[in-house]
Design a protein around this ligand. Structure first.
Ligand code: ADP
Length: 347
């Protein structure tokens, strides 16, 4: 029957129950959600809903959870609607709301996190402005408060900029400009951007490996990715250490490894550092002007470029973040160049 075929196409489960609670019709979705087995409803909540509809003679809705067991355990959140028909028959439709509930929860979390992140610098700005006003006859104190206000304001502006970057990147759009990008130019620009902060900590940034590698994508985004890794390498390293950037052409991939001799990252945190706003040590990240978004941005840029990012790290010994991007074109190996040990990075 044409109607049956149409019902089979629907992602919504559709069920018809007769006056003796026998299932007279159920589409494919109803069976795959495991709410119907043979001629019976498998879920107590649906039986209750059917009884309530018969009792009241009106349509009813209900939301509940179905634990389907198994491994990994599958738990569905569903929304059911029931409508009385003639002779005690009841029509049921059941929608799987699991994914939309998950997305809602992620969105709520994100908005709450953003609110919290913005509240801190805005609160600091208010307090500092009051302090500067109170200290108006002490120029040194005013200067001190204004300097701190400047730092908070630039943190706020960085946070807003990174949020905008992230929302643009999360569109999943492939880079707007899919050009041939010279990896050397990307590294040059990223090192240039990080130089001042590195010099202030007497951290030397060395580079090595292959030159002449080419990848396809957006130079701008790739500079942001490498630059975020370099910023972190410098931020989470003690003074007078070394940060190495190594490029290697391996097979049809180009690897860019950023290696530091810093504080390192514990194994359990390594899985979480790419999440938005996750920081191992929030106070330290705040001190260094971190937003907790840097690695989430790197992850999105790399996935937009069909690449991967991995981390190798040991607390106290340092970390190596490795980007792998599909290569185009040839590369040259430079003999005698500094060779960062990117092998260690393959997590
Ligand atoms: P943040 O702005 O806080 O640096 P990121 O997303 O860039 O945010 O990094 C998330 C967290 O991962 C940091 O807060 C820090 O705890 C940890 N982390 C990132 N890079 C390094 C590194 N090179 N060495 C040690 N810890 C790091």
């Amino acid at each position: 029957m044409a109607a049956d075929r149409m019902l089979a196409l629907l992602p919504t489960a559709a069920i018809l129950v007769d006056s003796a609670d026998n299932v007279r019709m159920a589409n494919v979705a109803a069976v795959s959600m495991s709410i119907v087995k043979g001629a019976r409803l498998e879920v107590g909540e649906l039986e209750q809903l059917v009884r309530a509809v018969r009792r009241t003679g009106t349509a009813q809705t209900m939301e509940f959870v179905i634990d389907q067991g198994g491994f990994p355990r599958r738990v569905l959140t569903v929304g059911a609607r029931a409508q009385p028909l003639d002779d005690g028959e009841v029509a049921l439709v059941v929608d799987d709301l699991t994914e939309s509930k998950r997305v809602d929860a992620v969105r709520r979390d994100f908005v709450a996190n953003v609110g919290h992140e913005i509240k801190t610098p805005v609160g600091a700005l208010t307090v500092l402005a009051e302090a500067a006003l109170d200290a108006h006859d002490d120029p040194d104190a005013v200067h001190h408060f204004l300097t701190r206000m400047q730092r908070e304001a630039s943190r706020l502006s960085r946070l807003v900029q990174e949020l905008l970057d992230l929302s643009r990147l999360q569109g999943g759009e492939t880079p707007a400009s899919a050009d041939d990008v010279a990896v050397d130019a990307v590294i040059d620009e990223a090192i240039d951007r990080g130089r001042l902060v590195a010099e202030a900590k007497r951290i030397e940034i060395v580079r090595g490996g292959d030159t002449g590698c080419v990848v396809v994508g957006s130079e701008n985004q790739l500079v942001t990715a490498v630059s975020n890794l370099l910023d972190n390498a410098v931020a989470y390293s003690p003074e007078r250490t070394e940060v190495a950037v190594g490029v290697h052409h391996r097979g049809d991939m180009v690897e860019i490894a950023v290696k530091d001799q810093g504080i390192g990252i514990h194994q359990t945190d390594q899985e979480r550092i790419f999440e938005r706003f996750y920081r191992v040590d929030p106070a330290r990240s705040r001190d260094t002007g971190g937003t907790g978004l840097g690695l989430a941005i790197v992850k999105h840029i790399v996935s937009n470029h069909r690449g991967q990012i991995t981390v190798w790290s040991q607390p106290g010994a340092g970390s190596t973040f490795t980007l792998r991007l599909p290569a185009t074109g040839p590369s040259r190996s430079v003999a005698g160049d500094e060779q960062p040990q990117s092998e260690a990075s393959s997590a």
